[in-house]
Design a protein around this ligand. Structure first.
Ligand code: GLU
Length: 230
């Protein structure tokens, strides 16, 4: 078990994500990474090893200045703990990026299905299948794409998803893996567990199985599996 944190607000996302990941270190992990959306660009920095290694990698490059992002600590289940297998993972066109806790049980079937259709994979993870599927089925509506993909996926997942086409949103959905939503003032959060965001908000909602949350700076909207607003 490992950790997810996500932030959308007015502040720089990167330090908030790193701080949240540090608070989740107690869950154990072998790799760490973050993705930050800056306008229409998604920058991913990830590494095997400790969060200190991730901080070092971040300090050696231009700062990530966006105010929307997702972060992850990985406990490898499919694929060795390597830089390539660390999260976040993105689809082939680089538009959709996600972090995942859990196990996609039918990933091999889904992966082969995509490979036959020309999708190229860069990691050994079960997680990348979800990123590639989202990208493959995406026709301009992220919410509809998430609904379609989770109807095909078997297993457990907590997912934090960002899309370069909608730089002011974070999407979250879970099944049999924990995920909470934190409500702030002009900023909102996702996390695997309360300690990740406790220093920033005490207003917390536990996402239910297969509920989809859409976070903006101003608020959070919830949808059921039929995409009816809750
Ligand atoms: N199954 C995924 C992987 O091996 C996610 C593991 C996790 O929950 O950290 O990359």
């Amino acid at each position: 078990m490992c950790g997810i944190v996500g932030y959308i607000g007015e502040n720089s996302a990167s330090p908030i994500l790193l701080d949240g990941l540090k608070k989740l270190e107690y869950r154990g992990y072998d790799s760490a990474g973050i993705a930050v959306l800056d306008g229409g660009r998604t920058e991913i920095v990830k590494t095997k090893g400790r969060i200190a290694d991730l901080e070092k990698k971040l300090s050696e490059r231009a700062p990530l200045s966006g105010s929307v992002g997702i972060g992850h600590t990985r406990w490898a289940t499919h694929g060795a703990p390597t830089d390539e297998n660390a999260h976040p993972h993105k689809g082939g066109n680089g538009r959709i990026t996600l972090v995942h806790n859990g196990i996609i049980e039918n990933y091999l079937y889904l992966k082969n299905h995509l490979i036959r259709r020309g999708v190229e994979f860069v990691s050994d993870t079960d997680t990348e299948v979800v990123a590639q599927m989202l990208e493959y089925y995406y026709k301009g509506d992220v919410l509809e794409t998430i609904q379609k993909v989770i109807s095909k996926v078997e297993g457990s997942y907590a997912l934090g998803i960002i899309c370069a086409d909608c730089p002011d949103r974070i999407f979250a959905v879970r099944k049999d893996s924990p995920l909470i939503i934190g409500i702030g003032e002009g900023e909102n959060y996702i996390a695997s567990d309360v300690p990740a965001i406790l220093s920033r908000t005490r207003d917390i909602y536990r996402l239910k199985d297969q509920e989809i949350a859409v976070l903006t700076r101003e608020g959070v909207a919830f949808y059921d599996q039929e995409l009816e607003p809750i």
